[in-house]
Design a protein around this ligand. Structure first.
Ligand code: ZN
Ligand code: ZN
Ligand code: FE
Length: 758
């Protein structure tokens, strides 16, 4: 009888593949074996041709979270086998190690928790080989219980039997647990004293939430803060205590049915929310939640329960719950009970905790599903990290430290046989403005290199001299004698998207964001970069304008608007026009700063142009978080098709300069006529789309790559893609890695690796 050797690559370890293969083989009367080796699953099967065909097809259709990237099938000599067996893992193969991402509660475990007579009835730490914590609890490889934070929990005999039974879905499920042997809940007051345990802790937590209290919850990868999302006072209180003025909060819904009552979700969105990645998705809200949840936004972040504990809380509460990271501002989230009791002491009223330690913070991921049905990841953490990205080229041992905001670290995993490399991008680490943030960055650098056993020979960082990540890269590379490669911010944005899509040839990059360090000393952010190999040429950019007061202009879009008015209409007209915003004396001061070039840096940033246009269109509030004005401008145009388009003038040649003068004139005229913000916004978006099209046509490069935080904007991203595709361009935009600064480390790895001789 024929015998096949099947090598399966992809996400195939720690996701319940071996029991699945075992069952498929037994069902087909096939003999042979399966084992984990290196990063792959090795299968040998022997049976009738027909049975083998069926078997291969069954493997190809393996259930998620397993995901097959490649299968190598070769026919080998037959052997005398009488059964199908699961063999010990082969730890000698020196290929790239794999560790799956944390996986949301699966349907089987959810059902089991609902069985009143089952031994895991309402057990908040139920999991199996297809679901549960992974990356958040792994201390080192190989992925084995003794190297996870479950090591101190001794399996009871029933769990042990499940763990050892190849037919059980808990076969080798490392975090396996039950009420008899696993982690337990405890509810504490803010002084750390225990209030209740077990199910009583859960009941009292829910009661506190329904009374408007703030609950700190130890989730899968760290602490979260919860309040009743329908209670304005409670949400407002959380905002004050967490020092988060306006940035939208995510909302946890108990079920798909509950979600549908509060939001408009497409089938694709529901499928994504219920997937094993279970990210927070930006969806259209139905305005029945407290206004404080997402002030001024038509979109809200929605999520379904990703752990048994979240599921129980949400079901008991029977109401949507704000569920946000357990931190102050944009600091990293708390992970240990002691740390939470310390840092969140003045934020939460009660602390719902347990005794399963979190090894590294893994926050919730955030994404949106575009009109094309594709998921765009905006914050990449739980469910995605540390899944490796397979590159279309070899890679040098690089570690990249990313930017300053939405920080991530990326590590290159060269192929030992000289083939294509992989990159692992760390989970979202938060902003680097705090000592906690800086420490977490450094810890993550060491964590990744130890975890994957890569000793970096190259450190990569941003060109910006003052980023905390740049300073750390300088220090670490000097200490280890490794090379340091500084990668221009926007080049890294484009390179990230090229890495994701395996683009190795030349491409025109459109890198639009809020701010990045330009080699000419100005702030870049409206860039057209022709990228090839490890280099780029700036072939076009937005006409620069002044930001009077620098940082303060980034917070106050009216300052940017004043600078635009001044450039277009002159000093007197600008002062006159800005009367509702600034007293003539204040406006004079700001304009003098611009004219004398004192504390008024020049920026070619599309993000900042969004600010200025938002203010000119009538959205004159302060930016209370990065990108607020831009998001509100996008939001205002929601559902409106552009009736016409403003226009940019295109001046100069290589670099082409996109001049906003005609655009500003039209916006001011429309606003004077009382045109609605949404209409102005739609016309502005249309102008940006047509500007990309015109520049792309003039450059004539068939391949276009998008990157930078502006492409989080769905309207902009989708319209640019559609228009360029219609004009025959091959367009790629970020999908699985964030277009914003969370993607920088990935791009830095690619560029730095290409500069490094191998
Ligand atoms: Zn499960
Ligand atoms: Zn047990
Ligand atoms: Fe950026």
């Amino acid at each position: 009888m024929p015998r096949l050797s099947i090598l399966v690559e992809g996400t195939v370890q720690g996701v319940g593949m071996r029991p699945f293969v075992f069952a498929a083989a037994r069902a087909g009367g096939i003999v042979g074996s399966v084992h984990n080796g290196g990063a792959a699953l090795h299968i040998e099967v022997q049976g009738t041709r027909r049975a083998l065909d069926d078997f291969v097809q069954a493997i190809e259709r393996c259930p998620p979270p397993a995901r097959i990237e490649r299968m190598h099938i070769t026919e080998i000599e037959d052997r005398a086998d009488d059964s199908f067996r699961i063999l010990e893992s082969d730890r000698t193969t020196s290929t790239r190690p794999v560790i799956p991402a944390d996986l949301a509660l699966c349907a089987d475990c959810a059902e089991e928790m609902d069985q009143p007579h089952g031994r895991r009835f309402r057990y908040p730490f139920t999991n199996c080989a297809r679901c549960g914590p992974r990356y958040a609890i792994v201390e080192s490889l190989p992925y084995d219980r003794s190297f996870t934070s479950m090591k101190d929990f001794v399996m009871c005999s029933q769990c042990r039997a499940e763990y050892e039974d190849p037919r059980d879905r808990r076969f080798h499920a490392q975090p396996i647990a039950c009420p008899a042997c696993g982690p337990r809940l405890v509810l504490c007051a803010s002084d750390g004293s225990s209030v209740a345990e077990g199910e009583e802790a859960l009941t009292q937590s829910v009661r506190a939430l329904l009374d408007g209290g703030v609950l700190a919850l130890k989730g899968l990868g760290g602490f979260q803060l919860l309040v009743d999302a329908t209670n304005s006072h409670a949400v407002a209180r959380l905002r004050v205590r967490k020092r988060r003025e306006a940035k939208p909060f995510a909302v946890l819904f108990a079920s798909r049915e509950m979600l549908r009552a509060y939001a408009e979700v497409s089938e694709e969105e529901e499928r994504t929310l219920a997937s094993s990645e279970a990210p927070i998705l930006l969806v259209r809200g139905r305005e029945r939640l407290a206004a404080e949840v997402a002030p001024g936004m038509r979109r809200m972040g929605a999520m379904l329960p990703c752990t048994p504990l979240h599921r129980l809380l949400a079901r008991f509460a029977m109401r949507p719950l704000v569920c946000t990271s357990g931190n102050l501002g944009e600091e990293p989230m708390c992970t240990s009970n002691a740390e939470a009791l310390e840092r969140l002491r003045d934020v939460a009223d009660l602390f719902l905790m347990h005794d399963r330690p979190v090894v590294r913070p893994v926050d919730d991921s955030v994404g949106r599903v575009g009109a094309d049905g594709q998921l765009v990841v905006l914050r990449r953490a739980r469910g995605f990290s540390p899944m490796p990205l397979r590159l279309a080229e070899g890679v040098a041992p690089v570690i990249a430290l990313g930017g300053q905001l939405k920080s991530t670290v990326a590590i290159a995993l060269p192929d030992p046989h000289g083939g294509n490399g992989h990159v692992v991008v760390s989970q979202h680490l938060g902003d680097l403005h705090s000592a906690e943030g800086d420490r977490l960055l450094e810890r993550t650098v060491h964590d990744l290199s130890a975890f994957f056993g890569v000793k970096p020979r190259v450190f990569a960082c941003d060109l910006h001299p003052d980023y905390a990540s740049t300073r750390l890269a300088e220090r670490l590379s000097a200490a280890s004698g490794a090379q340091l490669v500084r990668v221009q911010h926007h080049h890294a944005h484009i390179a990230a998207c090229m890495a994701e899509h395996g683009i190795t040839e030349r491409a025109l990059g459109v890198a639009w964001d809020g701010a990045g360090y330009g080699p000419d000393g100005t702030i870049w952010g409206g860039e057209f970069l022709l990228c090839e190999g490890a280099t780029f040429h700036r072939v076009g950019h937005l006409r620069p304008f002044a930001l009077p007061g620098g940082e303060r202009a980034m917070r106050d879009p009216k300052r940017t608007a004043l600078a635009l008015l001044h450039a277009v209409f002159g000093r007197a007209a600008a002062i006159e026009h800005a009367r509702p915003w600034f007293s003539p004396a204040d406006a004079e001061t700001l304009l003098t700063m611009i004219e004398r070039k004192v504390n008024a840096p020049l920026a070619s940033s599309v993000g900042r142009l969004f600010d200025g246009i938002a203010a000119l269109a009538g959205l004159t509030a302060l930016n209370r978080f990065e990108g607020e004005a831009a998001m509100q401008l996008e939001s205002a145009a929601d559902g409106l098709a552009p009736d016409s388009s403003y226009s940019f003038a295109i001046c100069n040649d290589r670099p082409f300069v996109l001049d906003w003068e005609p655009l500003v004139r039209s916006v001011v005229a429309d606003r004077a006529e009382g045109m609605a913000v949404g209409v102005i916004s739609a016309r502005f978006h249309a102008a940006l789309v047509s500007a990309v099209e015109q520049i792309a046509v003039r450059i004539g490069e068939p391949r276009v790559v998008l990157g930078g935080g502006c492409f989080q904007n769905e309207r902009l991203e989708q319209s640019v893609c559609e228009r360029l595709t219609a004009r025959g361009f091959d367009v790629s935009s970020p999908r699985r890695y964030p277009p914003n600064d969370g993607g920088l480390s990935l791009g830095q790895v690619l560029v730095a690796s290409r500069t490094h001789p191998r």
